[in-house]
Write a protein that binds this ligand. Structure first.
Ligand code: ACO
Length: 332
């Protein structure tokens, strides 16, 4: 049994937070943000619109586009670091309930921006082992809930959104995943973190006073490591599978910063039309960034059935992952 990437869906909140809006909130400028990150605007979920709400909308589309009935989904995995609740229940359980999926295994994974590709590796293993047939994987984030909008070094980067995919069993090797690599190095855990809430810093007055519930990032160090790790990771997965970067019509990297995407694309000698870039309009949506980008090119008709995708991501943990696979759903 093989695993195939069966369908894609995404949800983007309607509220736009532009660089001009941020200029009114912190000491920054449209020019600085565009030049350093390539970001013009990002989307922000409404009050009361939670991670599970965005994820449910993306999931409905993915299930419908796979031509499946809700009852056929036999596993739900949600990648998020901004869950509806930080301890329990898992957001995947809430999404399952909102979708009407009953009595099915559902759990979250926490791998920050690498979450969606980590979830792909989990779905692949469940499907190839014969344990599951149609796995719903989701990357969904409400980063605006953990961003300090007085901190110019982080608030310009992040946005909200959700993407989902159905990974299904197939006996046709032509449409199967080629490879997924996923890895981590916890010695860099302080590069990107939210210090609270957790067992180290349970909720307290100190947490609120010191803003320990907000995302903290060593931006410059993370940037350098991201370029190095992402480049090595894609070169490795291409070499192991004896595929040239020329043969990849869709390189879909994590959308954190245009300069990172450009540096990795250039080192692979990718042409502009091979590299998918959505960071300008959505910012960094962490685990949602790659499925939102896949959905964008599918909806615009750019991604067709059978075409190869190379995914590459990097995030808090630190974690990183890459995947090489054909799009096995119907073209739009
Ligand atoms: N507006 C204006 N000036 C700013 C801003 C801002 N928004 N933010 C920082 N600056 C200033 C700094 O204070 C600094 O000033 P100084 O030289 O007087 O000290 C100067 O700009 C340069 O700061 P750097 O941090 O060196 O800027 P850099 O070019 O590295 O860009 C950025 C910062 C955009 C954060 C970049 O480092 C980056 O993208 N890092 C990687 C992020 C990433 O990939 N994260 C991983 C995934 S996220 C996840 O897993 C959830």
């Amino acid at each position: 049994m093989y695993a195939k990437f069966h369908s894609i869906g995404a949800y983007v909140p309607s509220k736009v937070l532009s660089n001009a809006d941020l200029e009114k909130m912190v000491d920054t400028s449209d020019e600085w943000i565009l030049k350093r990150t390539g970001i013009s605007e990002r989307r922000i979920a409404k009050d009361g619109e939670n991670t599970s709400d965005m994820a449910t909308k993306a999931s409905k589309l993915a299930i419908e586009r796979a031509g499946l009935d809700i009852s056929e989904i036999d596993l739900v995995v949600c990648a998020t670091v901004t869950p509806d609740y930080f301890n329990m229940p898992a957001t995947a359980c809430i999404i399952s309930d909102k979708l009407g999926i009953k009595n099915v295994q559902a759990f979250d994974i926490s791998s920050a921006c690498s979450g969606f590709v980590y979830a792909l590796s989990i779905a692949k293993a469940f499907v190839e082992s014969g344990m599951k047939k149609h796995v719903l994987i989701i990357g969904a984030e409400k980063f605006s809930s953990i961003v300090d909008y007085t901190d110019r070094t982080t608030c310009i980067l992040f946005g909200d959104g959700a993407g989902a995919a159905v990974i299904s069993a197939t006996q046709n090797k032509e449409e199967a995943f080629i490879d997924v690599h996923a890895s981590a190095d916890g010695s860099y855990s302080d590069f990107l973190m939210t210090p609270a809430p957790g067992t180290v810093n349970p909720v307290s007055q100190k947490v609120v006073d010191e803003g320990l519930n907000f995302v903290q990032m060593k931006g410059n160090e993370t940037f350098k490591l991201a370029v190095k790790t992402l480049t090595k990771d894609v070169k490795d997965i291409l070499a192991v599978n004896k595929i040239s970067s020329d043969d990849i019509p869709h390189f879909i990297p994590h959308q954190a910063n245009y300069r990172i995407i450009k540096a990795v694309g250039d080192s692979l000698k990718m042409k502009e039309e091979q590299v998918v870039v959505t960071v300008g309009k959505y910012g960094n949506t962490s685990a949602a960034s790659i499925p939102m980008a896949i959905n964008d090119i599918w909806e615009s008709g750019r991604l067709k059935k059978g075409e190869l995708m190379l995914l590459d991501t990097f995030g808090g943990g630190l974690t990183w992952a890459s995947a090489l696979l054909p799009f096995a759903g119907e073209s739009k």
